[in-house]
Design a protein around this ligand. Structure first.
Ligand code: NAD
Ligand code: DAU
Length: 331
């Protein structure tokens, strides 16, 4: 598994350890600013679990690991849209080249099953209707373009070399262990400290917020049950929510005033709506179990109870990034 020290990857390791303890897991992770060994600390020394520090762009290392596994699940990526507007090349390296290196090793070693964890952002902004798996990819940010590029490369390996490929396109995921740069953990950790809650423009951009445990259960289902003849799966709740709603809900749970909300300059090229048709994944037998209100309650409680986890992350490089991104908010 690549990228297992990040937010969704570490939650996926936890799910697998509990539900499929017989599965042996090797996590390969570069430990970028978003990777964190603390997310996996509970598995240190556990039988059937191994952590390898390294880059998915390192073909020699990837090849040596791929020779010993049955399946590759790729969570590894640069994942934050705002950072992709500052440093696009890092996204192209990991999300495209890194994916290609993994595909090449999967091909060399007798076609290992390759599951690429992708995103609903590859469809681009959806002004009306819902994106279906066969829709054209029209990404608009360096992040989503790199993810779409990775998908195209993987698809080419499936078509040209018979790579057994599965792709999941998940929607906005939230929950425990999310690095505090994405909307939900920014809102919660800022609210804990009575700092402004920044919403881009007028807070009206619509997303489909899925809890990380639901997202991970869906990836598990695709990995173990999906037919290779139907390899691509949207993962989301089908519920549309805007930023104003998320911020108001967080503040209500935390009993903090709405005056903490601050409307800030918009993200360039901001996609104002994503919406997924989730008929294919629900047809496989999955449905979300954690509604947004309950998920936010649980997530607020987790960040309140785990300040030792996130406070060290909100220092140094984090504030450099924060200052660049939210210039008017920080002096
Ligand atoms: P994250 O940023 O929390 O974690 C990414 C992980 O990848 C980190 O541990 C990092 O160290 C590792 N990594 C980065 N570059 C690497 C490289 N070159 N080699 C090895 N490891 C590297 O990301 P996340 O939110 O957990 O997302 C995981 C995957 O899910 C990504 O592919 C992302 O595109 C996709 N996704 C995320 C969401 C979301 O809302 N968070 C939604 C849909 C899809
Ligand atoms: O849709 C899936 C994608 O969701 C994943 O592929 C990405 O890895 C993940 O980062 C996420 O992308 P978004 O750009 O949608 O997530 P983010 O949390 O950054 O923003 C969610 C919405 O909230 C978006 O409309 C921008 C807005 N926003 C975000 C931040 C960080 C704000 O209004 N204020 C903020 O401070």
């Amino acid at each position: 598994m690549a990228g297992g020290a990040g937010f969704i990857g570490s939650n996926f390791v936890r799910l697998l350890r509990h539900t499929r303890p017989e599965v042996e897991i090797t996590v390969l992770d570069k430990l970028t600013y978003a990777g964190n060994l603390a997310n996996l600390a509970e598995f240190d020394g556990a039988p059937g679990y191994r952590f390898v520090h390294g880059d998915i762009c390192d073909a020699t290392l990837v090849d040596s690991l791929a020779a010993k596994v049955d399946a590759i699940v790729n969570f590894a990526a640069e994942t934050h849209v705002d950072r992709s507007l500052m440093e696009p090349l890092a996204f192209i390296d990991t999300d495209m080249k890194g994916t290609a290196v993994l595909c090449e090793s999967a091909r060399k070693h007798s076609h290992k099953v390759f599951l690429l964890v992708s995103t609903d952002e590859v469809y681009g902004e959806v002004k009306e209707g819902r994106s279906r798996e066969e829709d054209a990819l029209k990404p608009r940010s360096p992040y989503s373009a790199s993810k779409a590029g990775g998908e195209h490369i993987a698809r080419a390996y499936a078509e040209s070399f018979g790579l057994p490929l599965l792709v999941t396109r998940g929607s906005n995921t939230f929950g425990q262990y999310q690095y505090p740069e994405k909307l939900v953990p920014v809102l919660i950790t800022n609210a804990i400290d009575d700092l402004p809650l920044p919403l881009y423009n007028d807070g009206s951009a619509v997303r489909d917020y899925v809890h990380v445990e639901d997202h991970c259960r869906a990836i598990d289902l695709v990995l173990y049950e999906a037919p290779l003849s139907e390899p691509v799966y949207n993962i989301g709740t089908g519920v549309e929510t805007d930023g104003n709603h998320v911020a108001a809900a967080v503040l209500e749970i935390m009993r903090k005033p709405k005056s903490l909300i601050e409307y800030v300059a918009d993200r360039p090229g901001h996609d104002y709506r994503y919406a997924l048709d989730v008929g294919r994944i629900t047809g496989l037998g999955w449905e979300p179990r954690i509604a947004l209100a309950e998920g936010l309650e649980r997530t607020v409680r987790w960040y309140v109870d785990h300040q030792d986890w996130w406070r060290p992350l909100k220092s140094g490089e984090y504030w450099e990034y924060y200052k660049r991104n939210y210039r008017p908010l920080v002096t």
